[in-house]
Design a protein around this ligand. Structure first.
Ligand code: OXD
Ligand code: MN
Length: 586
């Protein structure tokens, strides 16, 4: 009798006709074979063995460098359950369209069966997935990003409790590219792209889109959040989880070298992109990082912005679409002060500035989490870590102050639901446009976002001691267009205020949008920042917020009657508070 997994593999092989089938075991030898195959295929080079041991540089097809949200579908039987913010196709149509593209798509290729666990060994929160792919790059990347191989297969045994994900490169034609999710069947089909977010199916497709659906069914949460621990001088570590849209600095914040280390404040990394959270026996929310590696944006990463990752990525790392020096070292804009001579650009051509940047703006490093000097001793704790604060944030040149605190859970959910950010290169489309992105989940929520917001409200009632909720904005600019806040390691000053608020200590003034620090409440020792700049960073401009409130109203209108009552009420109350301030005697 064959197992459910064997039956699925057999049915996929009947559809895709691979040259051969390889079951991946996750071993070192297998990883070396994948590297050799990629190098033979001509899109990958080995980097300098002395300075970057066991590192490779992969160059993708130039038309395949980011997530493609316009061809990402949530295929529910009833269109309503996919909601107004997702693309929808009926499961039948999706299977027919994609089925045509999978038909014989592996004819001359090897089909890899990749069993993996999202979440640490022994954690009741961990889940098994199996990806079938014809890309050795996917195998090599999944080995870093998840616990891949024999242990996952052993844990699965004869069970059918796994999320199947089928991936084929197809012909990489953007017109024949589809990333389809069937949440009712817990199934993923992706064809026509080798890009991480489209092709490493454990990450966005499973750990966010399918998992968010499972989490709602089962009473937990799957969120686009980093997880960090802030150690105080007493040695006590307080854990926080933060949701920022793609390429807004989650990895840098999670791995920060604190500017207040001399005062005993230190940051430990648990995860940089995804958190799975569930209520613990003590009435708090506990988070695990389902991933095992970091898939971070390279440009702008350097020894100031993220020294920990710069140390981590000196071995066993896959670089994708960065430039390369004549010494066969990876290079990207903003890596250091030098402009090395004779750089090869991300498309393998001698780099000249006329051809644009040496590194593609969304070029990436894929590195084992274990290699980060800041990795928390608890990052693989099967029970997870207890979360005391949720932090929402985005890129806002104006409007949002450096930090503010919601008044309670429901208001905090509203703050998350009204998040917005100026877009970046992590997804295809225009860069720099403000887009509403509730909880940074707009591209990743596997069901109707109105139901997702209701699930957030419900979780507050289910967790007696929920995290307190904050909002940050590292990206506010002055009249001269320059950033007002130094960011990076100095962001610990904001985390310290958050910690003190949780402990009921730090000073704040109440404004219509929530509690904002008084100018003296942040620890600014060693930072050269004027009082006027601090005031500007913390300013709440009611006239601007009234415009924002109207804009939020337009966004919420998309959900019609499905918008949860609790969100509706918070929206109304914010409007009243803002009007109250505007009409108050000056
Ligand atoms: C990512 C993304 O790669 O959010 O993490 O795009
Ligand atoms: Mn992300």
């Amino acid at each position: 009798m064959s197992t459910p997994l064997e039956q699925w593999v057999e049915s996929v092989s009947r559809m895709t006709h691979p040259k051969q089938i390889v079951w991946c075991d996750g071993s070192q030898e297998e990883a070396a074979r994948m590297q050799e195959q990629m190098i033979r295929e001509g899109d990958t080079e080995r980097l300098n063995e002395k300075t970057y041991p066991n590192c490779i540089l992969h160059r993708s097809n130039p038309n395949d460098v980011a997530r493609t949200e316009q061809v990402t579908f949530i295929c529910t039987r009833d269109r309503r359950n996919s909601g107004p913010t997702n693309n929808w196709m009926s499961p039948e149509d999706a299977k027919q369209t994609l089925g045509g593209l999978f038909n014989r798509s592996m004819k001359d290729r090897t089909m890899f069966v990749i069993p993996y666990s999202m979440g640490p060994a022994g954690s009741p929160q961990s889940r098994i997935g199996v990806e079938i792919s014809d890309s050795p790059y996917v195998v090599a990347s999944m080995r870093i990003m998840s616990r891949m191989g024999k242990a996952a297969l052993d844990r699965l045994g004869n069970s059918n409790d796994f999320v199947p994900g089928l991936h084929s490169l197809g012909d990489l034609n953007p017109n024949r590219r589809y990333i389809a999710h069937f949440p009712e069947e817990k199934l993923i089909w992706s064809v026509g792209s080798g890009y991480g977010g489209n092709a490493l199916l454990g990450k966005k497709c499973f750990a966010l889109r399918i998992a968010s659906w499972m989490a709602r069914e089962q009473g937990w949460m799957a969120e686009h959040m980093l997880i960090l621990g802030l150690e105080a001088p007493s040695g006590k570590v307080t854990y926080m989880a933060a949701a920022f849209p793609s390429a807004c600095g989650k990895t840098n914040l999670a791995m920060m070298v604190s500017a207040l280390e001399g005062q005993g404040y230190r940051v430990w990394t648990v995860g940089d992109d995804i958190a799975w959270l569930q209520p613990g026996p003590d009435g708090r929310l506990y988070a695990i990082n389902p991933e095992a590696g970091f898939f971070g944006v390279a440009p702008g990463t350097n020894t100031n912005t993220n020294p920990n990752v710069m140390t981590a990525l000196r071995e066993n790392t896959i670089f994708t679409n960065t430039g390369m020096t004549s010494q066969k070292e990876p290079w990207w804009e903003g890596m250091d002060d030098r402009t090395p001579e004779a750089v090869t650009d991300w498309q393998g051509r001698p780099w000249t500035a006329a051809n644009g940047p040496a590194a593609q703006p969304n070029s990436r490093y894929t590195v084992p989490a274990q290699q980060a000097p800041s990795i928390s001793p608890h990052w693989q704790d099967p029970a997870g870590v207890p979360i005391s604060a949720f932090i929402f944030g985005g890129r806002r040149a104006r409007l949002a102050p450096l930090v503010y605190q919601a008044t309670d859970w429901r208001h905090g959910v509203y703050v998350g639901a009204t998040m917005a950010s100026e877009t970046t290169a992590a997804a295809t489309g225009a860069v720099g446009v403000t887009r509403r992105d509730p909880m940074a989940m707009l591209p990743f929520c596997g069901y109707n976002m109105a139901d997702y917001l209701q699930h957030w409200l419900d979780m507050g009632a289910r967790v007696p001691n929920p995290p307190q909720i904050f909002h940050v904005n590292w990206f506010r600019r002055g009249a001269d267009g320059k950033f007002l806040w130094p960011g990076y390691g100095d962001n610990v000053r904001v985390l310290k205020w958050i910690l003190e608020r949780i402990e009921g200590q730090a000073a704040a003034s109440e404004t219509p949008i929530g509690f904002v620090p008084t100018p003296n409440a942040l620890t600014l020792d060693g930072l050269n920042i004027s009082r006027a700049t601090m005031e500007e960073l913390l300013r709440v401009d009611s006239a601007d917020w009234i415009k924002e409130h109207a804009n939020v109203g337009e966004f919420f209108a998309k959900f019609g009657d499905d918008l949860p009552q609790g969100i509706r009420e918070e929206h109304k109350r914010l409007g009243e508070r803002l009007q109250g301030v505007m009409s108050a005697p000056k």
